[in-house]
Design a protein around this ligand. Sequence first.
Ligand code: KIV
Ligand code: ZN
Length: 521
Amino acid sequence: MSEKVTVFDTTLRDGEQAAGTRLGSQEKLIIARQLAQLNVDVIEAGYPASSPEDFEAVQRIGREIQGPTICALSRAVAGDIEACGKALAHCKRPRIHTGIGASDIHIGGKFQDERYGKTLAEKRLKVLEMAVDAVKLARQFADDVEFYAEDAGRADPAYLFEMIGAVIAAGACVVNIPDTTGYTVPEQYGTLIRSIRENVPGIERAVLSVHCHDDLGMAVANTLHGVLNGARQVEGTINGLGERAGNAALEEIVMALRTRADYFGVHTGVDARELYRTSRLVADMLGVKVPPNKAVIGANAFSHSSGIHVDGFLKQRETYEIMRPEDVGMMESRVVLTARTGRHGLLDRLRKLGYPVSEQELDQAYRRFLVVADKKQEVFDEDLMAILHDEIHPVPAAFELEYLHSYSGTSAIPTATVRLRVKGVTQEGAAIGDGPVDAVCRAIAQVTHTAAKLQRYEIHGVTSGTEAMGEVTVQLEDEGRRVVGRGASTDVIEASAKAYIDALNKFASLDSGARRSTAGS
Ligand code: KIV
Ligand code: ZN
């Protein structure tokens, strides 16, 4: 039997940092449920000290998700570690992931203050002491403590070995070697992992973990070289989301280890048939679409179009296909629902998609489903997900769209009138704009008095055809905070208005969350 590699998913922490988006605790919980279905071993749920929202998300996931270990991130700072301890207090399998910069670039840059020492040598000593203290403190809250040596990819190996040895002696059971800046190349990263195994006393008491970023497009290759050289935990995110160019894409790592088990000689416990569904859920929740040519889960990953390929494929599948779409759960997603699908059928499908909806949510979704099924005849999973995100709001609605009228044409000034319920009171606004979408957003901004700036606007047809639902994703920024809003409708102006209002509701919910936490402190 081959050795098992632990799969550590950090979509909800490193991945979330990516899109410039904050996920609410309800959204994180929905994704965490799906990650549990995918059967990852560890879910990094967030960074509790970073915000009351993230604290709540880690706490809820820790309480509700059974199966995987739930991990919370901290710096090597007592307050951060205590926040992790508190957030994970009711979790069955908690892990605290703490760490500190290991490269001289990080040590010199982040610890400039003289209280960390005057010379680089003094600072290195201080950082080592902080690393050890952090692990010891974390062990007071959890038996399972992972240590990250940030920017290990650019660290002086001798110092890195010393740091790793010290944190293992202090009680770390997993040691993460992040290539934080995506600087290394596969052979070099693999050699680093091997040299840690060869040079750190006590290394056999810890699992070595690989955490690679994709700045030079080598995150997955680096991760796999890490595995070849003895790492037994892989860290990554669904769809490769993450800071800057992203993290190693988990679906690619899993399928590489599985498809080339002959070469790597290891296995994971991931249920690969859940990969496609997980990918779509994450793309949808974070508002970052998957490119069609994306390996493993892109829409074209299994499409053959050139004549020679199609001919060969039809004669014998293996000629041009090394994995089958059903291996990653793509075929199942093609199930089509129609107006004849009853409420029960809809519920079953929604559960399979990772949405355990309440009775009330199901009523709402079913009403909307019937309207869409009437217009479109065939309803795909993509349509269902759009309906759900539109109907089931993870945050309470401070603003609700009651009425929308827009007017535009080749020789008309685009104009929009909206009527909204603003905290229970009906208010109206009207505006002109550069186009109908601009006009409607201006009218909504007028009514809600928002100062938020529209950073990103994307529209795509959920399925094909002119009757397809249009799904709009917007990203708004206000005082350094960013949120993503989504809206779907067969009318794209309405979808745009819904997306804009959804984002404003998220800001309102963040504001009320901040007020709650100030009141409680
Ligand atoms: O890339 C990195 O160094 C990280 C650590 C915080 C684990 O994400
Ligand atoms: Zn990272």
